[in-house]
Structure formats: C-alpha cells, structure tokens
Ligand binder design. Structure first.
Ligand code: NAP
Length: 232
C-alpha cells in the first residue's frame, strides 16, 4: 500500500520503518528540520522518498497525521484537499508546548472535544481513524518487543468501519495488536487515558513516562477463566 507520513518525527519515523519492512511504499514529509530525515531515508532505500506535506497527502492511500497539536491547522492548510477520501490515521494528544519545550494537556479543549474529532471536522471528506496515541514512540515497533512474550495493543477509533479495517492491517504490519475502541468520539476517552497515564507516571514511576506507557499498553496478559457470577 502507498502510505504518506505527515510528519516523520518520533512516531512517524518508527512507523515508517515498520511499514517499509512490511513492504509498503512510503512518502515522508517532515515538520521542523527536514535535513534530519537523511539517515532514515538512507536506511529505507528505495522504499521511501521525501516530499512536502501536500505530496505525502496526495501520495498515500492511507496517510499518517502525526504532528504536534498546535501545528494541526497549519498542516491541514498546507495539504488543501489532498486528504479527501483518504484513510487518515491520527495519533495526536491535545498537548500544548511552552518555550522551555514543556508539554501540558489542554484540559479546557478536552472537556467536550478530541483531536480526532477536530481533525475530522477540519477534513470532512477524509476518513479519520484515531490510533497509536497511547504508546511511547520507542515501543511502536515489533523490534522493541523482541524480548517480550507479549505484544502491545493499539486502540483505534473511527466512524468508518472500512477505514478501520485498513488501519487494523497497518497496526498488525507494525507488529502490534489492533483493538477496536469504537466510534471516533471514543477518541475523547483515549485522550483522557493519556492524561491518566501521565499522572500515574509522575506519581508512581517518578516521571518515567516510558515505563508506565509500556506497562499500560500491555493488556494481552491472560489470567485464564474468569468467574463472573456474584459470590455472596
Ligand atoms: N512521541 C511520543 O512518544 C508520542 C506518543 C503518543 C502520541 N504522540 C503524538 O503524536 C504526534 C507526533 O509526536 P512526535 O513526538 O512524533 O512529534 P515530532 O515530530 O517528533 O516533534 C514535533 C516537533 O517538535 C520538534 N521537537 C521534537 N522534540 C524536540 C525537542 N526535544 N526540542 C525541540 N524541538 C523538538 C520537532 O522538530 P525537529 O524534529 O525538527 O527537531 C518537530 O518539529 C503529537 O501530536 C504527539 O502528541 C507522541
């Protein structure tokens, strides 16, 4: 499949590597400093080439939309109508960033909205699917799980079941397990879960966000038969 990567950053570069390994053809766009793409392009060889946001959006049958939240409007403006009809995989958390590069959740926005619903509203003819928003970037590839008997689950949410099927396959192609979390509005709960994970990381793990994201993402552990009857 042709996949456009709208922003080959922490998340986009991991998924680009995984999807190139699964045989997909990629066009990589980079927010920030484009020269930082050179090592990844060299690594992926003929399976990926660089381009603008608009070129990546036009190229992909599926397109990863993975930019910093405050950059959303600028990137949507840059792609024009190139995402019409496309499966758009949205990874964002509603985080602001201050000048010291400290991140903070936009709680006022989160009360009755989500980045996924906002993006769908900005791109009414795109087929938006929320996914990959809860795993820290370094554990987004199967290679990160090579020493583990478990695989990470990746929740996705969409109002377009066929787009959801495309994203299921792309999650599997990244070596991870897709979990259907329901309609696009479930993005609100996924984004709130991100807040909870940050809080647990801060209070239980001394701020080691990677550790807790890893822990909460592994939901595949099977306790065996579970007795549901009420015991009095
Ligand atoms: N990263 C994660 O673990 C993670 C997990 C779940 C969801 N998400 C969401 O996925 C979307 C993409 O995130 P991403 O992390 O992949 O974005 P990213 O593209 O790696 O970073 C976004 C922008 O911030 C700049 N930047 C990154 N780190 C920086 C630093 N330490 N100092 C100064 N500038 C820095 C980058 O510029 P340069 O690259 O040019 O320096 C780039 O322009 C976001 O909406 C995020 O909330 C991320």
């Amino acid at each position: 499949m042709k996949v456009g990567i709208l922003n080959t950053g922490n998340i986009g570069s991991r998924l680009a590597r995984a999807w190139a390994g699964a045989g997909h053809e990629l066009l990589l766009a980079k927010d920030g400093e484009a020269r930082k793409l050179a090592p990844l392009l060299a690594e992926l060889g003929g399976r990926a080439r660089p381009g603008t946001f608009e070129q990546a959006a036009s190229f992909g049958e599926a397109v990863l939309f993975s930019v910093y939240w405050p950059r959303t409007d600028a990137v949507v403006d840059a792609v024009g109508d190139a995402l019409d009809g496309k499966v758009v995989i949205e990874t964002m958390n509603p985080l602001g960033v201050n000048e010291a590069f400290e991140h903070y959740h936009d709680h006022a926005f989160m009360r009755d909205n989500s980045t996924a619903e906002y993006l769908q509203q900005r791109l009414p003819r795109a087929r938006v699917v929320k996914a990959f928003s809860l795993l820290a970037a370094p554990v987004l590839e199967a290679a990160a799980w090579a020493q583990s008997p478990l695989k990470a689950n990746v929740f996705y949410a969409t109002d377009d079941p066929q787009a959801g099927q495309v994203v299921r396959r792309l999650i599997e192609d990244a070596g991870l397990t897709p979990i259907n979390a329901g309609p696009l509005s479930a993005a609100r709960q996924l984004e709130q879960l991100g807040v909870l994970m940050h809080q647990v990381a801060a209070h239980e793990y001394d701020g080691d966000a990677d550790l807790i994201r890893l822990g909460l993402a592994v939901l595949e552990a099977n306790p065996g038969p579970v007795i549901r009857e009420r015991v009095v």
